[in-house]
Design a protein around this ligand. Structure first.
Ligand code: EPZ
Length: 434
């Protein structure tokens, strides 16, 4: 397995361009299954394992999928099955969002129950609760969630989500587009990726209102057509580079980033002393005059500080001035990067859902292992800061959500490279987050 090697201490400067959002591309590719006529053209798809897996999953159901660079053309007129191969679903839990489109279009879906993953149990009970409210019948057979719509199709319903789940909001929204009558989703997830999905659905002929607010209304229609859509920029990739630049940058411009999608992150970095300006095409960040000031950060549902930028912030604050706290309220086990950061000299204690970080003046390079996608990004940031050489194993986690992070950091002046030759230490922890 490949590894990433970083010679720390090099300052970052220049421009980095952000790609399309992984967490918008995945549900939008799934939503293309809803079109019974026409061809969808999805643009600005990043080069990521997860995007490839979702395109393979959509194709496995019978859709014609053609990828040309960062564009995918998808024609879902002839679907042949409602059961994607277990091997594909096992690789990426986000594949579960094909359930809603299949149920709406095909009247049934059979999706392998996504296993737990490194960051938490990741249940799908809210997805199923929404489908059942619309009249579907669900069963769990041989590790597979089997869903069947009534003969006449799904019926709109009023659904309250106990937790503003991103995936459940997406799945229910997609199922509701072809249901009879109106569906109301209350306590819906407000992430920008869900707004982008709703915009794509409406281009297909759906009638979705209120995406981005607590309450989404979907009036069912009889059919949807393929549409062209350009995916929003990846706010988590943008935030990752902003955090790296806050601690190691001397003036970095993060191009194709939408500041209003990461206001919470910008506010926290400014509170720590970074200077940030945004313009219509991106965000410029200058470092603090001294080491970053200590912060108290608490992840929560959008628009609060995102859980997907929690590990990166922990790495950044590990060399801050004073004692910081980072509390993770979304997932139950998302501090696995802490043990790896400690190997690099970080002084962090985890008490329940809170990491208490005593800032140290420097980290030292070490051999470390990525345990999930964002933990890997945190280790890259720590490697950029550390004195000496850091080797990061299990970089396949990074390849799921970062398009050419090594090349982008090299272009900013980092001394970082990828070594495919190493037989990296086997044993990437089981499961797939994401
Ligand atoms: C999406 O996962 C993202 N993945 C995650 O990003 C992100 O961390 C997460 O949303 C939260 O923002 C994609 O979009 C592909 P949730 P999702 O359902 O939809 C509980 C990354 O690094 N819950 O919003 O699976 C759940 O246990 C990945 O890019 C239920 O209880 O997350 C969790 O505590 C990691 N029942 C909370 O909701 C359900 O039926 C939020 O999960 C569903 C979720």
């Amino acid at each position: 397995m490949a590894k990433i090697i970083i010679e720390g201490g090099r300052r970052l400067r220049g421009t980095v361009r952000i790609g399309g959002a992984k967490n918008a591309v995945l549900p939008i590719l799934a939503a293309s299954l809803l079109a019974s006529s026409g061809t969808s053209q999805i643009e600005d798809i990043p080069n990521l394992i997860d995007a490839d897996v979702m395109m393979e999953t959509v194709a496995s159901l019978g859709a014609a999928v053609k990828r040309i660079g960062t564009t995918a053309r998808i024609n879902a007129r002839h679907l042949v099955t409602a059961e994607p191969p277990y091997e594909l679903v096992r690789r990426m839990r986000a594949s579960f969002v094909v359930a809603g489109p299949l149920l709406a279009r095909y009247g049934e879906a059979a999706i392998a129950l996504p296993g737990g993953c490194n960051i938490g149990q990741r249940p799908v009970d809210l997805h199923i609760k929404g489908f059942e409210a619309m009249g579907a019948v669900s069963s769990l057979e041989n590790g597979c969630v089997r869903l069947r719509a009534p003969k006449g199709g799904l019926t709109g319903a009023r659904i309250y989500l106990d937790v503003p789940s991103v995936g459940a909001t997406q799945n229910i929204m997609m199922a509701a587009t072809l249901a009879h009558g109106q569906t109301i989703i209350e306590n819906a997830a407000k992430e920008p990726e869900n707004v982008d999905l709703a915009n794509y659905l409406n281009k297909m002929g759906a009638r979705v209102r209120g995406a981005g607010t607590d309450t989404i209304r979907i009036d069912g229609v009889t059919e949807l057509q393929g549409a062209t859509h350009n995916v929003i920029p990846d706010r988590i990739e943008a935030g990752t580079f902003l955090i790296a630049a806050a601690v190691m940058g001397d003036g970095v411009y993060v191009e194709n980033a939408m500041s209003d999608h990461i206001m919470s992150v910008i506010a926290k970095l400014e509170e720590a002393g970074a200077q940030i300006e945004d313009d219509v095409t991106g965000i410029r960040i200058y470092p603090a005059n001294t080491r970053l000031r200590a912060l108290d950060v608490k992840t929560h549902y959008y628009p609060a500080y995102p859980t997907d930028l929690q590990a990166q912030m922990v790495a950044c604050l590990s060399v801050g001035l004073g004692t910081s706290t980072v509390t993770e309220t979304v997932f139950e086990n998302r501090f696995m990067h802490v043990a790896e950061l400690r190997r690099m000299g970080a002084n962090i204690a985890v008490e329940g859902r809170t990491a208490i970080i005593e800032g140290v003046s420097e980290l030292s390079g070490a051999e470390v292992h990525a345990t999930d996608l964002r933990a890997g990004a945190a280790l890259v940031i720590a490697g950029l800061v550390a004195d000496g050489e850091t080797e990061i194993y299990n970089v396949h986690h990074l390849d799921r959500g970062y398009d050419n992070i090594v090349g982008k950091l090299q272009a900013l002046g980092a001394r970082i490279r990828r070594d495919e030759s190493e037989l990296g230490v086997a044993g990437s922890l089981t499961g797939a987050a994401g």
